[in-house]
Design a protein around this ligand. Structure first.
Ligand code: SF4
Ligand code: SF4
Length: 178
C-alpha cells in the first residue's frame, strides 16, 4: 500500500493547571455557532470541563468519535489522590450521557481543531497554559476515507429513529423545496 505524509494534530492537557474558568467552552461554542460568534452555549462546545468541586477535579475533555452503543468500562482511577471514573476521561458522544451532543438535535459533536484557524481557539483562550497545541508529521499507509461529519450525523439519527424514518423525513423535506 502507498505511503503518504500526514500531519497529526494534538492538544496536550495539563489538567492540574485547570481552574474551571470555562473560557475554552465559551470560545468553542461561539466559534461553532451559526452564524459564527452569534451565540454562546457551552452545551454546544467540543471541549467540556468535567467538574467535581468537592474533590477539586477540573478535567478538560475533547469530543472524539461518536459511539453508537454504551461501553462496559466503569473503572475508577485514582491519580494524585483524586478519584476519576472512566466516563470522565471518555471523549465519545454515546447513548448513556448528554455530553457532546448538540442540544437541539441530539447530533454528536466532534472537535475539528477549529478548522480554518491558525491554531485551536481553546488553546489560544486558555490563560492558564492547560492546553498546548502540537503538530507532528508522520508517514502512514494510505487509508480509506474516514466518514465525514454528515455521515456520522446520519448514522446517529438512524440509530435513534431508524433509517426508514430518516429517509422519510428527507423525502418530505425535498418535496417542500420543490
Ligand atoms: S480555559 Fe483553561 S483553565 Fe479555563 S476551563 Fe478551559 S482548560 Fe481550564
Ligand atoms: S480545538 Fe477548536 S473545536 Fe476543538 S475543542 Fe478546541 S475550540 Fe473546540
Amino acid at each position: 500500500m502507498a505511503k503518504v505524509k500526514k500531519i497529526i494534530k494534538n492538544i496536550r492537557i495539563d489538567a492540574d493547571k485547570c481552574n474551571g474558568c470555562r473560557g475554552c467552552e465559551i470560545i468553542c461554542s461561539a466559534f461553532h455557532a451559526e452564524p459564527k460568534y452569534s451565540s454562546i452555549n457551552p452545551a454546544r462546545s467540543r471541549i467540556r470541563i468535567i467538574t467535581h468541586r468537592l474533590k477539586d477535579i477540573w478535567l478538560p475533555v475533547f469530543a472524539g468519535e461518536y459511539a453508537a452503543a454504551e461501553c462496559s468500562g466503569r473503572d475508577i482511577y485514582v491519580i494524585d489522590g483524586k478519584e476519576y471514573d472512566e466516563c470522565g476521561f471518555c471523549r465519545a458522544s454515546c447513548s448513556t450521557r448528554d455530553l457532546f451532543k448538540e442540544p437541539d438535535t441530539g447530533l454528536p459533536l466532534k472537535c475539528d481543531m477549529c478548522e480554518g484557524e491558525e491554531q485551536p481557539l481553546c488553546v489560544k483562550w486558555c490563560m492558564h497554559d492547560v492546553l498546548t497545541y502540537e503538530e507532528r508529521e508522520v508517514e502512514v499507509e494510505e487509508e480509506e476515507e474516514k466518514p465525514e461529519e454528515l455521515d456520522i450525523g446520519i448514522e446517529s439519527l438512524a440509530d435513534k429513529y431508524g433509517m426508514q424514518k430518516v429517509l422519510d423525513a428527507v423525502a418530505r423535506m425535498t418535496k417542500k423545496d420543490e
